[in-house]
Design a protein around this ligand. Structure first.
Ligand code: ADP
Length: 309
């Protein structure tokens, strides 16, 4: 059942990304000249919030930016994507930045400065979520792995004793706190992250990973790039969600974030986990057809047309 009043709360990072293409990566001590870079919204929280808002769901991002031009750019772009930025805190630290250097083969080197994201107050976020619950239902709280350890440790408290469900995309794997993992429903990981959470050897078969993951979270989704995704819920047999075939992949940046934001939105719209992942896979596939992250995200109509085909 679709509740147009329902809100997804995203507790996550906001960055401004700068992309520069170089012919060859500089060696230590070397300077490389490049064309002026492209700047745009980034950070896993912001990207996933944008993907969620593209599904037509009320989306509130709880995050922090600096009192600087990058903070203004991030807020402007988030609003253009339809994200509610009213609760984004202005911090004395600069806005988080990611500097992404690509070479012509598509290989990249990335430097991230967390900046304002480090000063987010989990206690303040808990108060905000309480306030939002007074305004209407908050069926989903969505969070990612790129938070400070203190912030991640507080996430279970954002959903405890409430009707909210925590969708946790533990990317990167910065913690294995059992209480946090147990609160996730679902825990969303790619194959490498699934192995890392379990401390399993790289190359461990997916069946073995899923059998172990089912014991650590209420439900688990493992995304497998162009092979789609696997879902395990309790003792049930794993379910495979096929990927949508894409003839020409342009850029896979942000496909995982599109998948997670769309999955959270679809759950908030009342879809079950399998249907929500099917829509997530459609959004992920569409995101590979354009360059960049949030700027490459499709509309609800495009996603549903592909996901329900
Ligand atoms: P991450 O970027 O976090 O590693 P994945 O690469 O697994 O995540 O991508 C997330 C989802 O996006 C996949 O489960 C799949 O549904 C979709 N996707 C990613 N790459 C492709 C692709 N090349 N073709 C079709 N769908 C894709």
């Amino acid at each position: 059942m679709r509740d147009s009043n329902a809100t997804v709360v995203v507790s996550g990072t906001t960055n401004v990304d700068t992309f520069v293409t170089v012919q060859n990566f500089p060696q230590p001590g070397e300077t490389t000249i490049a064309e002026p870079g492209i700047e745009g919204l980034g950070g896993k929280g912001a990207n996933q919030a944008a993907a969620c808002a593209h599904m037509g769901v009320n989306t509130v991002l709880l995050s922090a930016v600096g009192n600087d031009p990058q903070g203004e750019l991030a807020i402007t772009e988030l609003r253009e994507h339809g994200v509610n930025t009213d609760y984004i805190v202005s911090s004395r630290q600069p806005t988080g930045r990611a500097f992404i250097m690509n070479d012509p083969s598509g290989e990249n080197i990335i430097i991230v400065t967390s900046g304002a994201n480090e000063l987010v107050s989990p206690a303040q976020q808990r108060e905000t979520v309480k306030e939002l619950r007074r305004q209407g239902p908050v069926p989903i709280v969505l969070a990612q792995g790129d938070l400070t350890p203190e912030h991640s440790a507080e996430l279970p408290k954002l959903v405890e004793n409430s009707d909210s469900r925590l969708v946790l995309n533990l990317a990167p794997v910065t913690t294995r706190d059992p209480d946090l993992l147990a609160a996730a429903d679902p825990l969303v990981l790619n194959e490498g992250e699934a192995a890392a959470v379990l401390d399993a050897a790289p190359g461990t078969p997916i069946e073995e990973l899923l059998d172990r993951l089912r014991h650590i979270a209420r439900s688990v989704v493992v995304t497998l790039g162009q092979r789609g995704a696997m879902i395990v819920e309790g003792d049930a047999e794993p379910v495979h969600i096929p990927a949508v075939y894409v003839e020409r992949v342009v850029d896979t940046t942000g496909a995982g974030d599109a998948f997670c934001g769309t999955l959270a939105a679809a759950l908030a719209q009342g879809e079950n986990l399998v249907d929500a992942c099917t829509l997530g896979a459609a959004a992920g596939a569409l995101a590979t057809q354009k360059r960049g992250a949030a700027g490459s995200y499709a509309t609800e109509n495009e996603i549903r047309r592909l996901g329900e085909a």
